[in-house]
Write a protein that binds this ligand. Structure first.
Ligand code: MN3
Length: 235
């Protein structure tokens, strides 16, 4: 099989296994969400299943229109960029420079949302023992971590994301990014890392149900976090 074909198939397999939360691992052990051409991943739960914490209409519009738009625009931006097509999405994000607006907004938009859907589940789970210990080392307790994460999420001015990341040594840190930037964009953001949990704080993620009460949406988020996924990404 030609490498190009394999990469394409890998991308499809990666998207197809989202429901099972077992995306491909790259040589370095990092999670890969595939490569060009990108497609909108199916959710592993129905639009109504995260209610009352995240309402069905928000989920439907967010997935079928917002995320679909990022996928469409990312593919369009990559169509003429033959030298970038064989990169994994993670490699692509690491090459993006501040002025690469289409790739920055839509590459980030696709990766961020693909991961976001995987961090949600009807009914929450719990952090594993190793992760709980690592969280306690940085913030004292899970509750204090959640406060610090909520502060980053509510403090992100305008649109953006809050992240729990691990650095190259596996040390945890919280950060936030504007718009669709993320900590994999090493040429753009100050503190790169590997996100193991992220929260979309764009108004489109909560406004229908929570209006201007972003803090309530952040509190509700913990009711639908699938910590099993965070545990797996922590490694
Ligand atoms: Mn969004």
């Amino acid at each position: 099989m030609k490498k190009r074909t394999f990469l394409k198939l890998s991308g499809i397999v990666g998207a197809g296994t989202l429901a099972g939360c077992s995306p491909l691992k790259t040589m370095a052990g990092a999670v890969s969400l595939g490569s060009f051409p990108y497609s909108l991943p199916a959710l592993s739960y129905g639009f109504t299943e995260l209610e009352p914490h995240i309402d069905a209409m928000t989920m439907e519009i967010h997935h079928d229109r917002h995320h679909a738009g990022y996928v469409k625009n990312l593919n369009a931006a990559l169509e003429p960029a033959l030298n970038l097509q064989s990169l994994s999405i993670e490699q692509l994000l690491a090459t993006i420079k501040p002025e690469d607006a289409a790739l920055r907004n839509n590459g980030g938009g696709h990766w961020n949302h693909t991961m976001f859907w995987q961090w949600l589940t009807p009914g929450s789970t719990q952090p594993g023992e190793r992760l709980r210990t690592a969280i306690a080392q940085e913030w004292g307790s899970l509750e204090e971590f959640q406060k610090a994460f909520a502060k980053a999420a509510s403090g992100q001015f305008g649109s953006g994301w809050a992240w729990l990341c691990k650095d190259e040594q596996g040390k945890l840190f919280i950060t936030s990014t504007p718009n669709q930037d993320n900590p994999l964009m090493t040429k753009i953001i100050d503190k790169p890392g590997t996100p193991i949990l992220g929260l979309d704080v764009w108004e489109h993620a909560y406004y229908l149900h929570y209006q201007n009460k972003r803090a309530d949406y952040i509190t509700a988020f913990w009711n639908v976090v699938i910590w099993d996924r965070v545990n797996a990404l922590f490694g």
